[in-house]
Write a protein that binds this ligand. Structure first.
Ligand SMILES: Cc1cc2nc3c(=O)[nH]c(=O)nc-3n(C[C@H](O)[C@H](O)[C@H](O)COP(=O)(O)O)c2cc1C
Length: 216
């Protein structure tokens, strides 16, 4: 008896539910996407982020960002770059300690954080060393780097292209650490990009518009 009551009650709820449902109609037209506005907004609002929260960034997200980097153009499509992603905090802290040991007087921008602002990951970019005329590996690697920081910004992450730290990695210990990244023999690490969830408010900086001119 109880089960029959439950059955009727259930049927009533179902009926009531179906009465409340809106009639099926054709799906609404999707709003047109203003691709240009989205891309330009992303470019114009990006700013370097150098301090990060402790929140990790998933490998899937890092993969997406690096893939966007690899989509950069390169001279004669040589893709004369290599990328290594370090997301082990132990490994990141190890290079920070090595850099500190080599430059004990260097001041960190964020004293309560490591030299990379506690980044969730470091993306190292190396370019091919070549004395061939027309070699543009440094330009190519820089374009890759820009794609990476723009992709990170589009995903609400922060990042900063950096060359300076690599100049502080000249000690034998630092060189051994860099070697562990496994770049090919003829490739040199040129840039490092700390990346993570921003722990600072940044706004896009002003640019000197007079640097670009139309020529009549
Ligand atoms: C090739 C290159 C090297 C850079 N090296 C460093 C660096 O060593 N340390 C750093 O904090 N920022 C570095 N930056 C970031 C610049 O300081 C930053 O892009 C510039 O001040 C403009 O600020 P914005 O990125 O917020 O627009 C570098 C940027 C580029 C393109």
């Amino acid at each position: 008896m109880k089960s029959l009551r439950n059955l009727l009650l259930g049927a009533g709820i179902l009926l009531l539910g179906s009465c409340n449902q809106a009639p099926v109609s054709a799906p609404a037209e999707p709003a047109p996407v203003d691709k240009a506005a989205i891309v330009l907004e992303n470019i114009m609002t990006r700013a370097s982020v150098r301090s990060f929260t402790a929140e990790p960034v998933s490998r899937e997200t890092l993969q997406t960002i690096v893939r966007a980097g690899l989509q950069a153009p390169s001279a004669m499509n040589k893709q004369d770059w290599e990328v290594r992603v370090v997301d082990s905090q132990d490994k990141i802290n190890a290079i920070c300690d090595i850099m500190k040991k080599a430059n004990p007087n260097a001041q960190d921008r964020f004293p309560d954080k490591n030299s990379f602002g506690n980044a969730a990951a470091l993306i190292f970019i190396a370019n091919e060393v070549s004395d061939q005329p027309g070699a543009f590996s440094a330009v190519d690697a820089a374009l890759l780097a820009e794609n990476i920081v723009l992709a990170a910004h589009a995903m609400d992450l922060g990042a900063c292209i950096q060359a300076g730290p690599l100049r502080s990695m000249e000690s034998a210990e630092a060189q051994a650490w860099l070697k562990s990244l496994g770049f090919s023999e003829n490739y040199q690490p040129m840039l490092v990009i700390p990346i993570g969830h921003p722990d600072q408010e940044v706004t896009a900086g002003q640019r000197d518009a007079s640097k670009a001119k139309f020529v009549e």
